[in-house]
Design a protein around this ligand. Structure first.
Ligand SMILES: Nc1nc2c(ncn2[C@@H]2O[C@H](COP(=O)(O)OP(=O)(O)OP(=O)(O)O)[C@@H](O)[C@H]2O)c(=O)[nH]1
Ligand SMILES: [Mg+2]
Length: 312
């Protein structure tokens, strides 16, 4: 399953503009707060210079970058925000481009809206579980107790992230997930410009900018916030980058590629991407003893090139 981020922000902050910049999906931009509740969903490729180098080395016919799923919901409101409970992180966009913009103030308002949505969510769950608990199930009665305490905590103006106890399974609050603030405008990231550049071919966009893409910076910060690493598979048919969480194993890497690979996992050849490059080929890397054989429990490192042996 791809990692997922949700874009949140006050009306007209530039959420859909950022969505288009990240995904190149060309979703409709409106100058007024959207009247529809249609969310935009797309994939944002993670730029990685190592990938192109590896692909060139093995003569790959196809290059596939790792990608993050991006969800853009119009407006705020508990119902819409509720659709984001399953994402891994939030991108909070604030207006830093219009006259009299107050991005810091807007960020506070937005955080408050997230908290209100969570409060609403806890209250509704309390109502539902409260009814079920009448059957006398002790687990449910305990959950009712905990939910009541959580509600009181939030009502006292404290964020859920400061709740010391354990949260009930599947509560999925919005205010406890990583949140990356992005100011849309000249002193932050110019989302409108990035969205326009995203429509150009890579080399033209590159020629236009002096530095790296602001979007790469967003992705980098996301990777950092989520503790993500990248591993590669380097085949001549396809060379590809994949995302894992730091600490995940070769078996989990296999499962990311295909469930069959995890099921039939035998062992895994591992080489660091730069060792493979400096060797010039897998064969030469093996000769120089830079390639290792690892098992299911090997903890994958950022920059590993994996070749997983499996049978099904
Ligand atoms: N000048 C300028 N205008 C921008 C910028 N970003 C967005 N806009 C404009 O602001 C308006 C709203 O942008 P959207 O991306 O649709 O904003 P949104 O947050 O998705 O809005 P809703 O989904 O309606 O809540 C559009 O007219 C954009 O062209 C920017 O960086 N500079
Ligand atoms: Mg929008």
């Amino acid at each position: 399953m791809a990692l997922e981020v949700g874009i949140v922000g006050l009306p007209n902050a530039g959420k859909t503009t950022l969505f288009n910049a990240l995904t190149r999906a060309g979703a409709e931009i409106t100058a007024y707060a959207s009247m529809t509740d249609k969310s935009n969903v797309g994939m944002a490729a993670i730029a990685d210079k190592r990938l192109e180098k590896l692909a060139a080395l093995v003569g790959a016919r196809k290059i596939t970058p790792a990608a993050i799923r991006v969800v853009d919901v119009p407006g705020t409101g508990p119902a819409l925000l509720g659709g984001l409970r399953q994402v891994d992180a939030l991108l909070a966009v604030t207006d830093g481009y219009s006259d009299g913009a107050d991005p810091a103030g807007d960020l506070e308002t937005l955080k408050l809206e997230l908290l209100v949505a969570d409060r609403d969510h806890v209250e509704r769950r309390l109502e539902r579980v409260g009814k079920q608990a009448k059957s006398g199930d002790t687990g449910l009665r305990r959950e009712v107790e905990v939910l009541g305490e959580i509600l009181a905590h939030v009502d006292a103006g404290q964020p859920l992230s400061e709740w010391k106890g354990e949260l009930p399974d599947g509560l999925d609050p919005l205010t406890t997930m990583p949140l990356l603030a992005i100011e849309n405008g000249p002193s932050g990231i110019d989302c409108k410009l990035e969205a326009e550049l995203a429509e150009l071919p890579d080399d033209e966009a590159l020629a236009f900018r002096d530095g790296p893409s602001a979007l790469d910076e967003i992705v980098r910060r996301l990777q950092e916030a989520l503790g993500l690493i990248t591993f590669f598979t380097a085949g001549d048919k396809e060379t590809r980058a994949w995302t894992l969480r730091a600490g995940q194993t070769a078996l989990e890497a296999g499962g990311t590629i295909h469930s069959d690979i995890a099921r039939g996992f035998i062992r895994c050849e591992v080489i660091r991407w730069d060792d493979l490059l400096s060797s010039g080929s897998h064969a030469e890397a093996a000769k120089r003893a830079l390639q290792r054989l690892e098992g299911k429990t090997y903890v994958v490192q950022d920059g590993d090139v994996l070749n997983i042996r499996f049978n099904v």
